[in-house]
Every structure is written in C-alpha cells, then in structure tokens.
Ligand binder design. Sequence first.
Ligand code: NI
Length: 487
Amino acid sequence: MSRRGIAALSALLLTLLTACDAGGSGPSSEPETSVVAARAPEDALSVVDPELMSSIPGFQTRSRVDEERQMHATWPDLPGMAALDAAVEDHAEARIDDFLTEYLPTPGAVAVPELNLTWRTVGMSEEVVGIVQDEYLNPGGSAAMLWRSTWYDVAAGEVVDNSALISDPDALTRTIRKALIDLAGADFSDGIDEALAEEPPVVGFTGDGSLFVGFDEGQVAAASEGRISVRIPADRTEGLLTQIGLEARAAALDPVVPTGGATDLPGDEPSDEPSSEPSEEPGPAKPDCDRLKCVALTFDDGPGGFTDGLLDLLRRKDATATFFVLGQQVESYPDVARRIVADGHEIGIHTWDHKSLPTLSPAKVQWEILSTQRAIEQATGQRARLLRPPYGAVDGVVDRVARRAGLAEMFWSVDPEDWKDHDSAVVARRVLAKARAGSVILVHDIHRTTVDAIGGIVAGLRQRGFTLVRASDLFGDLKAGKRYYSR
Ligand code: NI
C-alpha cells in the first residue's frame, strides 16, 4: 500500500480510535473485555509507585544535559542490576549522541531542536524489573514521541528482549493486526505486517492486567497520530505469555523491591509526613539587601544524588540557597526535597521533566508546572512561589500560566556554564569573577564538579563581602507572572 493510502486509513483509524478511547486511557478499574488499539496510550501502562523506587537503598538517577542544544536526559541506576543499568544507559547515550550529531540547530532559525528523555518503572519484583524510557524529540517543529521498554531477569542478572515475554509471537501478531484492521474498518495489511515483523518497542501491562504492546510514532500509523498501543485483556492472554512474561505481569500489578533492596516499604514506615495543608513559606525575616551586598545562589535540575551532600555543606557553612527542582526528581528523592525546605532553603519549580515550555500547548505548560507544585507540596508540605523555566525559554503563555499559579519567574544574571565545563576550579572562578550585588547565580546540583566547587564559592563570595540570600530575598514583593533576572 502507498504511504498516502496508509495516511488515509490512518486518519480513519484515528477517528475510530479516538471514539474507542473516550473515557480516558488511564488504568481503569473495569477490566477490559476486548482488544483495544488506541492513540496516545502512554498513561494506560501500569507504573510502579515512585516512592517504592526511592525507598531502594542506593537508588540513583543519572542525567546528561546540554543547555545550549536543549537536551535533557534522565535515567535510573538500580543498585546490583548492572546489566539493566548498562542497557538503560546505553539506550539513553545512543539517543543523545544521535540527537547531538543529527539534529543540529539551523543557523538563523528561531526554533532549536530539543531532546528530552525520561523514564518510569513498569514492573518490579524478585523475578523481574521493567523500565520504560520515553523520548520527546522535537526537530524544531512538532515533537515526536518514542519509547522503549527494557526487561531484566533478576535471577539471571540479564536483560531480556521484549519478545522474551511472548510465547506465541505469531498469535500476538495476528491479534494486534486484527485489532488495528478492525478499528480501521479496512485492510491495510502491507504497512502493518512490515511494522509487526519488528520487535515491538514496548511490552508492558495495564492496571487491570491487560498485555500492553506499544509502537513508536509512524510505526503502525501516520506519525501525526502519535504513539499507538494495543491492549489485550488478561483473559485473552492465555498461552500468549512466557514464564517471564507472567512474572512481568505480576511485577507490574503487585510491585515489590527485590530482596537486598529496601527493608521498609513505604506505608509501613512511621510517618513523618508533612501536614496535608501546604504552608505559604513562612521563612526567616528578609535580610536588608538595600544595605547588604546580597547574592542568591540557585541550584537547578535536582534534587539528585549529590544534593544531600550539598545540603550538609551548606549547613556547615550556615549558607542559604534556592533550589529549582524538577517534579520527576522530587519523586525520586522526596526525602532530599523535604530536607531542602527543612534546612531553611527556598524551593522553586523547574517543571516536571525539563521540556522547553514555549513549544508545548498551554495545557501541557500548565501540567508541567502544576504537577511539580503538587509533588513539592506532597514532599515538603510547602508551596513554591518561584518558577524557573527550563533553558530560560519563556513566552506569553508561560507568563500567563505562572501568573495564574501565583508564581514569579526567576531567571539569573550569572551563568558559569557548569553543565559544559565539569571543572570545579573553572566554575568557582567564573562565579566569583561575575558576581555583583544583587546577582542571581545559576548552577546545577546534579553535577559532582559543581557541588565540589560550592565550598570555595561560598567562602569566596563572603571574602568579597557578599551575603548569601534566598532568591526571593533579593526583591521586594514578587509579582506572579513577572520575570526577574537580578536585583
Ligand atoms: Ni535546567
């Protein structure tokens, strides 16, 4: 079939899929009874509670960022699962390298290509662990969504292919093919068969135990229709799953940390949860920055694996800072987020996953900000009053959403480019050379070299007569939706 033919059928498919998917794509309490193909189905996958992940001793997230090229990638690192960690990291690094070499900015063009890589755990047990990596790739116009699942056999210490979960690939292919064709109301088997001959990028399970097979954009339908999935109800998967496939389903529906992991599961531990009523940052009295030479040290992109050590250092030095956190990192490090606030630092929103906001729809901009506010409130009991848009990218929509959310937009005036030069001495020298009274200094607590530079930076700033304050202390009454760069 021609590409145009596929596109026409895809359009029809979309209409039918949308109709079929009405009522939401999230895990439903009603078990599905028929095979369903759907557009934009990512929310249907059963995801392991991030609290379970953050309770695993030694659990870390890894990041690689390029602020100029608008690239932000995060992936998990699970203790004792070297093969899984390597597979997940290799996939991230391969996608990053591909982006950095293939998607070069066009000189003079306004739009800069963007890559955003995130992850979620879709199964965890004594037997298997499953990770899905989501990719948002925007060449400079509209974004493509891609994804990959990686399943790990705990006992064998090996990563298995997605197809290892399936005992009868031919039967699965027939079922998927029929689902897509049924919905399209016509036969477009040529394009489908080609796509189905490849291993599906995602195999997982929904909250009701349905088998979930996910395809990349453009794989089984026109790219404009987004990612397509087929969900096969639990009672129709008999004979379709291998032993490890059945274990993967159990790991998705009833996740537990493998032995050797956490001993205290969330919910069992004594609760020192913050009160459900978020407070409006009481904070210490504002220092008098009319009189003092104030500067604000601000940390973006965390919390991460080095943040706790940084907080130790700031406590020893009796120094105050501001942390612009990512919602997904707060989910991974809720205790560290809590400590940021408990130690008297300021906490602000850096969005959920660091996408450039002006390229998103207004609804998505709102979601990026409000979901992070919720994560902050849940972890710390406090509501943030500041927003720092990723890459400093902002437009009228962002201003409006920020205003409605009661957030002032806090940019920066000193940027030592610590993400580019992982050299503590260079970073410290640049900060000390550029700091002025009223400066907002931008650094990132996800880089060890930056955290290692902070002791020298704090000492150097004080030697020069500066007082370290929280970002909002530099200004009088902050206005929601207004942009601030320095005092
Ligand atoms: Ni950032």
